[in-house]
Design a protein around this ligand. Structure first.
Ligand code: GLU
Length: 423
């Protein structure tokens, strides 16, 4: 069995295209079939190597390795022309205004049993004699696509449902060419946004490269893409790729459109980041955290930060205050947590006194601040706010006392004093 992923060069790998590639790959790995990669670059404006580089890089990043190719359709022009000439010689096609058209009989239907959608058929009477080679001599995509699948011995065509409208013409071509081989067609449901509209074309919304650059990890992305139109009866969605390969069935793919939900993808990402070994986390997250050095943080603290990270760009703002001499104080956090808090002065003074000589360990720091709060009639959550803002510059962040322990007494007290003076 042979399947193929046949992207047109677009300069990036669209998430919908990536899902198509993944389902081909899953099919191939599940059945031990051959996965062929073919670049459909017959359109002269697309025949540029730099439009392919990102696509190949993203497939590699996702871990979707191919067994044959990449083959370039543009290198097969001679073969495509030979096929057109053959159809002309047989009288199956004719020249009309310089373009070559295929003759279509106007009786009966043309159809196929789609693996996902069941029987689909079209009336021949509704299909006009259609162009297979333009007057400038270039063959149409629907011809090159069908000829290449034929020559490459493709047995399973797994692709997006936007190709369904090309199907009747492609089947008529195969018929005219006398090709009589069994091919299974599976047209995958469209990906849509939350309003169930076709996904936007904005690079940031749909390019795999953009998600990679925004701190999504490949296994989370691959796992998430696998859930778009496919699932198992047990409803478990987050599982290792090897298990997905084992369970994947093309016939179980849904025909209704699938919502590409970035929130859900982010949840998958969080789960994958949480489950990483510390070394892997540091290696992948390190570049995003720069210039702050993750290796400088105690292992326990870093593990806690890892558990909170949904996507890597969240890291730097969580830890910058541990590295900066005096972190900038966010205006809104200052206004809410300090300036607008009547107890702030008492809390800051109390904490300065309570922290001056105590053991510098998180439990002690915790208890002492709780006691300072109680003296002002405040619960810990409220009492913590001015201290957090003074020390970290923000009103939200990872657990405070663990961080204070890392920051050390001197820097903590200096920041508390600075905030008190500003107040
Ligand atoms: N080259 C087409 C595309 O990128 C896909 C054609 C196919 O899979 O048959 O949309």
């Amino acid at each position: 069995m042979r399947c193929r992923f046949a992207p047109s060069p677009t300069g990036y790998l669209h998430v919908g295209s990536a899902r198509t590639a993944l389902f081909n790959w899953l099919f191939a790995r599940h059945h031990g079939a051959t996965f062929v990669l073919r670049i459909e670059d017959t359109d002269a404006s697309r025949n540029q190597p730099e439009l392919v580089t990102n696509i190949l890089d993203s497939l590699r990043w996702l871990g979707l390795d191919w067994d044959e190719g990449p083959f370039y359709q543009s290198e097969r022009a001679e073969r495509h022309n030979e096929v057109v000439e053959g159809l002309l010689a047989d009288g199956r096609a004719y020249v009309d205004d310089g373009a070559v058209r295929l003759r279509v009989a106007d009786e009966g239907t043309v159809g196929w049993d789609d693996v996902i959608r069941g029987r689909v058929s079209f009336e021949r009477a509704n299909i006009e004699d259609f162009v297979i080679r333009r007057s400038d001599g270039s063959p149409l995509f629907l011809l090159t696509n069908v000829v290449d699948d034929w020559d490459m011995g493709i047995t399973h065509v797994i692709r997006g449902e936007d190709m369904i409208n090309n199907m009747p013409k492609q089947l008529l071509l195969l018929e005219a060419l006398g090709v009589d081989r069994e091919v299974h067609y599976a047209h995958l449901p469209l990906l849509v946004d939350e309003q169930r509209r076709k996904l936007s074309k904005r690079f940031g919304d749909v390019a795999i490269e953009s998600y990679r650059d925004r701190g999504f990890v490949a296994p989370a992305m691959t796992n998430y893409l696998a859930t778009l139109g496919w699932g198992t009866a047990d409803g478990v969605e987050i599982r290792p790729l090897a298990e997905i390969v084992e369970r994947f069935e093309l016939a179980a793919v849904n025909k209704s459109s699938a919502f590409f939900d970035v929130k859900k993808l982010t949840h998958f990402n969080h789960e994958y980041i949480r489950a990483m070994a510390p070394g892997e986390f540091s290696a992948l997250a390190g570049p995003f955290a720069a210039p702050y050095d993750l290796a400088a943080l105690p292992a326990g603290y870093l593990a806690d930060i890892q558990g909170r990270t949904q996507t890597f760009p969240e890291l730097a703002p969580m830890i910058d205050w541990l590295f900066l001499e005096q972190p900038p104080i966010d205006d809104e956090s200052w206004a809410k947590g300090v300036a607008g808090n009547p107890a702030a002065a008492a809390i800051l003074d109390g904490t300065l006194a309570a922290y001056a000589e105590c053991d510098w360990v998180k439990d002690e720091l915790h208890q002492r601040l709780a006691a300072v709060g109680e003296a002002s009639g405040l619960k810990l959550g409220k009492a913590q706010a001015p201290v957090r803002v003074a020390v970290t510059g923000r009103s939200v962040g990872p657990p405070l006392f663990d961080g204070l322990e890392v920051l050390g007494r001197e820097r903590t007290l200096a920041r508390l004093r600075a905030a008190r003076a500003r107040l």
